[in-house]
Every structure is written in structure tokens, then in C-alpha cells.
Design a protein around this ligand. Sequence first.
Ligand code: FMN
Ligand code: SF4
Length: 416
Amino acid sequence: MNNTRFLISEYFDKYTVSEINKYQELGGFSGLKKALKEGPDFVINELKASELRGRGGAAYPAHKKWQSAKDRDEEVKYVLVNADEGEPGTFKDRDLMDCDPYRIIEGLTIAGFTTGACEGYIYIREEYEDIRKKLIDAINIAKDNNLLGNNILGTDFSFNIKAYTGAGAYVCGENTALIESMHGNVGRPRVKKPRVGERGLFNKPTMVNNVETYACAAAILTHGSEHYNNSGVNGHKGTKMISLCGNIMRPGVYEVPFGITVKTIIEDIGGGTRDLSLGKFIQSGGASCPLIPHTHFDTPYGYEPFKKNGFDIGSGSIVVANGNVRVVDYLSSVTGFFEHESCGKCTPCREGTKRLHEIIDDMCHNEASMKQYDRIKKIAITMIDTSLCGLGQTAPTAILSAMKHFEEELMESVTK
Ligand SMILES: Cc1cc2nc3c(=O)[nH]c(=O)nc-3n(C[C@H](O)[C@H](O)[C@H](O)COP(=O)(O)O)c2cc1C
Ligand code: SF4
């Protein structure tokens, strides 16, 4: 697959921040111009026709979120970019902001116009400090060119963007924890209500979307939903940014058409695994998602086929493991991550992540008993049913999928 830069990432590295004119010559800001001309309902219809789903993990339909943000009649509303990107193996948002910062600004401005928001925020993880500076430069240059600020492009639409540095915890990517941290509170999730759509930043309605969701919205407005839909293959619509890493010859960020198989991603895009085997399993979507065994590598990359098989597109990461990786060792790093990142607010997650990590580590050292192995499912069910936020609810997912697909191998680690 020679070209993986065709729609969302079409302008990657084709301009520098100081060259806003070049971005416009490439076609940049034509999505915003179209939105300003056609109006908010047109934008929402385009998102609906493209079936764009949020790219932060939960895959919620974008047009529904934008519509309900638009429908709120409060005078002050905000739109916010979630650029926390804390999911292990996920780094596509970094490249989206670094290689094409104006597209994020364009997408966010389209969202501001569509929903009637007065201001946009980019919540960016603290490790991306250089990118934050780049975005601030881009915001200032856009303002100088009447693409942000008062009366954008001669219309009565005014909109500003600010960048905010994240608090440095994985859980702050969760919407309510993110807002809490922006308010200067400890970055911990709220007990669900009110949702940030009702009462978010500064207690005003706030629409939160992932970086890629905004970039994709700008691309859809630029090219039209029909063109976007036609870029998928084998009956699937659109494209997706993925971050490919692990035991793979060509790790990196790629744009792939929905509908190609996992095998094509590993072999044609990633160049195959480092030991030239097909691979043993992948983890798609982040640490909170299931493992996909090599027996399912013919599955088309898409929301429906993945869901049908119990898999997840999630954050768009694909971590590849070859035959040298013991499943239990992989699970140890996953469970260690969740133990470390649990914020401790609720008992099932605070205790459950610890217990799971302990059992998996005993298995790594061939010291686990059958009784411990049996406890995994009980702990997992309690965490899924009773944890307060998505972190605790999804922390056991990888283990449960491994118990389904790699039980024989896991049982070798159970010695008592
Ligand atoms: C523990 C946790 C961490 C999350 N981290 C991120 C993140 O880094 N980036 C992101 O866009 N969404 C993250 N999410 C999902 C967000 O809460 C939210 O669903 C998303 O930003 C909505 O945008 P979307 O509809 O465009 O996907 C996280 C969720 C949870 C539970
Ligand atoms: S599930 Fe975990 S991360 Fe979420 S609130 Fe509870 S302890 Fe904190």
C-alpha cells in the first residue's frame, strides 16, 4: 500500500505553521468556508451522511453529539478538543496536531460555528509541549488572517481558541475528569451526572471530541460526505488514522481505509512482524480493549465487523505481538498500567486493578494457583459492573479476551 495519506492526513508535512497561505492553497479552510456559507444544519447532515463516529474510543456518532450541543439554548457554550492521548500504543493525535495543526483549528472552528459556541479549548497532554507551542503559533497566525477572532471571514461569527496543558494522568482523558482538572481540581471522574454536555467547562455546556474527530469533520466538509464515504473499501465507508507499533517492521501513524483486513495492515502497511511471522496477536484500540488472535486476522478493519467478533477499534492503536511474546507477560504490562493509573476514587477499580496485576504477575512467575485463576473472572465482573468510570470498567477486558483465545497457553502458567 503506497499511499496512506489520502484524506484526513492529506496535508501532513506539506506546510509549516508560518505558511498559512500554503495550507489554504492546498484546500485548507475550504471546509470552514463551506460551513459558513451553508449553515449549521448542512454541517450536521454531512456528518450524518458520512456516519462519522467519535475517534476517542467510544465511537459515539458525531452528528448526534453536535446536534445536541447545537440544540442547547444557553448563550455561553464551549467546544473542546480532547488531546490527552494517554492510551498506551496510541499516538495518532500527536501526528495530527504536529503535521497538520491548521486542520484541527479548522475542525474546531467548524464545530464552534455549528453548535453556537463562543470559544474552543485544546486540552493537550503535558508531554506534547512542543506541539502545544506550535498550536498556539497557528492560532495566533489564524487570528491575524481573520480565520479566528471577531467576524471571521467577514461574517458575524466570532470564535477564539485557547490551548490548555493536561494534568498528566491517563484518567484525565475521561471527559468529566478532564473538566475537573481544568477547574483546578484533582483530575478524577465525576459520578456520572451532570454530563459535560450539560454542565462542563466553567459549568457551561461543553462538547468534547477527540482530535481526529475534528480533523475528520474538516476533511468531510472540505471534500463532501460522498467523497469521504467512497474512500473506504469492500463496502465500508471512510478512513481511520491508526498508530501501529510493537513487533512490526514499519511502526508509525497511517491513514487506512475502513474495510481492509487486519492482515493487510500488518503485512502491507506495517511490513510484517520483526521475526517475519504473521504475528501471534494484536491489541487494537488501546490497553482497555481485547486481544485479537492471529486466527482472526482476516477480519475487516471496521466498527461492525470488529463488534461482531468482540473486538474494538477504540483509540485506533494497533500493538502487534509476534510469536516470541508470552501472552501472560503482555498482560502483566497491561494490568500494571491500570494499577498505576487507577485514580483510587472507587473501591472496585482501586482494589481490582491491584488484585488482577498480582494474579497475573504470579502467573508470569509460574506461581499462580487454579483458585487465583478462577478469581480473575469474579474480580473482572465486579469491576465491569460497579466501577465508576470507563477506566475500571474496561481494565479487565484484555485479560478476559486472553482467557477466551489463549486459555491453553495461560493454563501453562497455573502450577498449583
Ligand atoms: C480513562 C479514559 C481515558 C480516556 N482518554 C481519552 C483520550 O486520551 N482522548 C480522547 O479523545 N478520549 C479519551 N477518552 C474518551 C473520552 O472520555 C470521550 O469519550 C472522547 O473524548 C469523546 O470524543 P469523541 O466522541 O470524538 O470520541 C477516555 C475515556 C476514559 C474512560
Ligand atoms: S473506575 Fe478507577 S479511575 Fe475511574 S473513578 Fe473509579 S478508581 Fe478512579
